[in-house]
Design a protein around this ligand. Structure first.
Ligand SMILES: *Cc1c(COP(=O)(O)O)cnc(C)c1O
Length: 390
């Protein structure tokens, strides 16, 4: 692909000397697990996000699983989440023994609809697990209000939204625990698997630390069933080099998203991601007035005839992807939950019509113009009906 959908290697090349030195430093130190880089990175992340504690773990999936376990969620409990996300979200719930309960998305944001969350609450509900999909923050005011009224815990899946803000506060700091992934393609990516949990509650923090190292508070004294899930020193050292660049990279993603919105505005058949509360298109004024600042992990559009658009993009060497083609309530692994086609129409509609376009801090204007030209050609070659929403 001459325009890749994402470009993690570019970030390495940009910072090669510093990253090579940081990794070399770990190799020379002989301390490879839970050493100084992990504890410094945890402090730096807590400061960056604006919360008390951060605990490094070995993936975003484990971050959510351990967060739920640390909050005491398990068999017999229900956790409300979105059907339109990556499988890790329900894996984390089901591995604790709890049952995922779905609430459909708001079709304009792709995120869980708080009104539908309220309808899904039962006497077994213990927690809500909102996912800030594509880097777009969920309606956290409404979700936290529901959680407070019904005495529910909140675990945020921030795997795609590191650095995004809602009313000036970073996502991950609203609920009881925020969960992050450093999978290489994420906005802050490492060179393997890595994850992080954050919290303001010291009891939850110490439970997370205990669970990530075999359920032991004191070495070789295991009080609870834990697992081996630690962020390692090499990943932490590299992440410490990248973290100071994250805000600038996220701003570049947002500038590129706004340019896509402008370029694609003449293609009526394509629905661009909407930024609620932002009516200006000029970047600086948008920033001054925003209530919600997404970080565009993905730039995802909706269009009726996705297959032909994707084919035109591929023919021109332009990367694209469908995140995600099958909503979680229709996944084979979740068949026992008993849902069928039609259970969550907005999620099903998004799964059939979403298409993610190339997005990275280094995408150039001419590359974005090429994407626009390819989509315009696709629409001209096989005229699409306009999008009919679910
Ligand atoms: C990437 C991702 C995860 C899982 O993170 P891993 O580090 O790969 O385990 C979870 N949820 C969402 C929405 C993701 O995009």
């Amino acid at each position: 692909m001459h325009i890749p959908i994402c470009d993690p290697k570019q970030e390495y090349l940009e910072l090669k000397r510093e990253i090579d030195a940081a990794i070399h430093g770990v190799l020379e130190s002989g301390q490879y697990i839970l050493g100084p880089n992990v504890s410094c990175f945890e402090e730096e992340m807590a400061a960056y996000l604006g919360c008390q504690y951060a605990v490094g773990v070995n993936s975003g999936t484990d971050a959510m699983h351990l967060a739920l376990r640390a909050l005491g969620i398990g068999p017999g409990d229900e956790v409300i989440t979105t059907p339109f996300t990556f499988i890790a979200t329900t894996e984390a719930i089901e591995i604790t023994g709890a049952t995922p309960v779905f609430a459909d998305i708001d079709p304009h944001t792709f995120n869980i609809d708080p009104n539908r969350v309220e309808d899904a609450i039962t006497s077994h509900t213990r927690a809500i697990l909102p996912v800030h999909l594509y880097g777009q923050p969920c309606e956290m005011d409404a979700i936290m209000d529901l959680a407070n009224r019904h005495d529910l815990r909140v675990v945020e899946d921030c795997a795609q939204a590191i650095g995004a803000t809602y009313c000036g506060k970073r996502v991950g700091t609203f609920g009881d625990v925020g969960c992050f992934s450093f999978f290489p393609s994420k906005n802050l990516g490492c060179i393997g698997d890595g994850g992080l949990t954050v919290t303001d509650d010291s009891v939850v923090q110490s439970r997370l630390e205990m669970l990530r190292r075999h359920g032991a508070r004191v070495k070789y004294h295991h009080s609870e069933l834990g697992l081996n899930s630690r962020l390692d020193e090499v990943q932490a050292a590299l992440l410490r080099v990248k973290l100071p660049r994250l805000d600038a990279w996220n701003e570049k993603r947002r500038e590129r998203a706004i340019l896509y919105n402008d370029l694609l505005a003449d293609l009526d058949e394509i629905k661009c991601p909407s930024e609620r509360n932002w009516h200006e298109t000029e970047y600086a004024s948008v920033r001054a007035n925003n209530k919600i600042a997404p970080v565009y992990h993905q730039y995802t559009v909706l269009l009726q005839n996705r297959a032909s658009a994707a084919q035109h993009l591929v023919e021109r060497g332009i990367g694209n992807a469908v995140y995600y083609p099958v909503p979680l309530h229709l996944q084979e692994v979740n068949a026992q939950l008993g849902f069928r086609e039609g259970s969550f129409p907005h999620s099903e509609y998004a799964s059939r019509h979403c298409l993610s376009l190339p997005m990275s801090p280094n995408l150039t204007r001419s590359q974005q113009e090429e994407v626009h030209a390819a989509l315009r050609q696709a629409l001209a070659d096989s005229p699409h009906p306009r999008l009919i929403s679910a």
